[in-house]
Design a protein around this ligand. Structure first.
Ligand code: NDP
Ligand SMILES: CC[C@](O)(C(C)=O)C(=O)O
Ligand code: MG
Ligand code: MG
Length: 339
């Protein structure tokens, strides 16, 4: 194997002892990093905007909560876990004035450093600890004694300790239980954006929606279409996760495997692959980043319209109803927040 994978014994989390840690934001990643680090024994405070809906939640979870400026002012290590699109403004207004020489600025994704939205001052460490999974699972797996794998990268090493601190942080949140790989801000940013757009989120939801609509338009029951195209996808992906493509194919019927191997390439065609290359180019040239920044400056007209269409879709309505009847689908924190 070419890449070195770092595990528990490769990281010294005692480097975080005595450090004042600020986690800015308490969303998907923010709650996971701050609670996992607190449970790992470190001195964590959360920085939020005044009036934040998360203030009471973080306080009830036993965390010390302050404004972004107060948290940044007293911290040695500042992890920025607010939305990528707002990080630049919040950094300039409420974090930059308090960043001192020898401090560390940390990111969960490279977007703002790589696309030049945040320029860190000299004399501070700038590194990244990016879990390769949703924040709610970073928290859930940590509590189960497991961990979500993570990437680390160093953009600026002012103290000579940046890499060791990144590994220490990754250990503190459970990342070294799953395995940590070293990368660059550029590689993490471009691959993460590509993965979420083309495969994990954009590709997967487009595939599910197209399959569901094809069956329903052909007159099949929506409930059956939902089971076939969305519910069962999780069970198939679980096998892919556990044992790769061959492992998944070991468990499915030979009929399914023949259909998989002969029909799959008719779905993801050369045209689809050419579109993937185009999507990657838009990421690499900064075109996507520019579009997303402008979309936010205009108050998200496309984002809101597209999200509303999906939220009101038949697929989502049928899914909500069916999941309500499945006692084995647990009422997780994500379910409670969205249904
Ligand atoms: N979601 C994920 O699993 C992953 C995310 N990342 C990265 O982690 C970072 C955080 O993303 P994510 O966890 O999804 O974000 P969320 O949208 O879940 O949470 C954002 C948090 O930032 C706070 N916030 C938003 N605007 C401001 C502001 N102006 N001032 C102060 N606080 C603000 C929100 O406050 P409030 O609570 O008040 O709304 C909220 O607590 C991003 O860089 C993302 O790319 C990386 C890997 C995976
Ligand atoms: C797949 C989406 C993601 O990149 C993630 C959970 O890793 C994100 O930005 O949320
Ligand atoms: Mg990701
Ligand atoms: Mg991402």
């Amino acid at each position: 194997m070419a890449a070195k994978v770092y595990y528990e014994n490769d990281a010294d989390s005692t480097l975080l002892n005595g450090k004042k840690i600020a986690v800015i934001g308490y969303g998907s990643q923010g709650h996971a990093h701050s609670l996992n680090l607190k449970d790992s024994g470190f001195d964590v405070r959360v920085g939020l905007r005044e009036g934040s809906k998360s203030w009471a939640k973080a306080t009830e979870a036993g965390l010390s909560v302050k404004t972004v400026a107060e948290a940044a002012k007293e911290a040695d290590i500042i992890m920025i876990l607010i939305n990528d699109e707002y990080q630049g403004d919040v950094y300039r207004e409420s974090i930059a004035p308090y960043v001192e020489e020898g401090n560390a600025l940390v990111f969960g994704h490279g977007f703002n450093i790589h696309f030049g939205q945040i320029k860190a001052p000299k004399g501070v460490d700038v590194f990244m600890v990016a879990p390769k999974g949703p924040g709610h699972l970073v928290r859930r797996t940590y509590q189960e004694g497991k961990g979500v794998p993570a990437l680390i990268a160093v953009h600026q090493d002012a103290t000579g300790n940046a890499r060791a601190l990144a590994l220490a942080w990754a250990k503190g949140i459970g990342g070294t239980r799953g395995g940590v790989l070293e990368t660059t801000f550029r590689e993490e940013t471009e691959t993460d954006l590509f993965g979420e757009q083309a495969v994990l989120c954009g590709g997967a939801t487009a595939l599910v929606k197209a399959g569901f609509e094809t069956l329903v338009n052909a007159g099949y029951q929506p409930e059956i279409a939902y089971f076939e195209c969305l519910h069962e996808l999780k069970l198939i992906v679980d096998l892919l996760y556990e044992a790769g493509i061959a492992g998944m194919r070991y468990s499915i019927s030979d009929t399914a495997q023949y259909g998989d191997m002969t029909r799959g390439p008719r779905i993801v065609t050369d045209a689809t692959k050419a579109e993937m290359v185009q999507i990657l180019k838009e990421i690499q040239t900064g075109q996507f980043a520019k579009e997303w920044i402008l979309e936010n400056k205009a108050n998200r007209p496309s984002f809101n319209a597209l999200a509303a269409i999906d939220q009101e879709s038949q697929l989502e309505a049928v899914g909500k109803q069916l999941r309500g009847l499945m006692s084995w689908v647990k009422k997780t924190d994500v379910v409670e927040a969205t249904e």
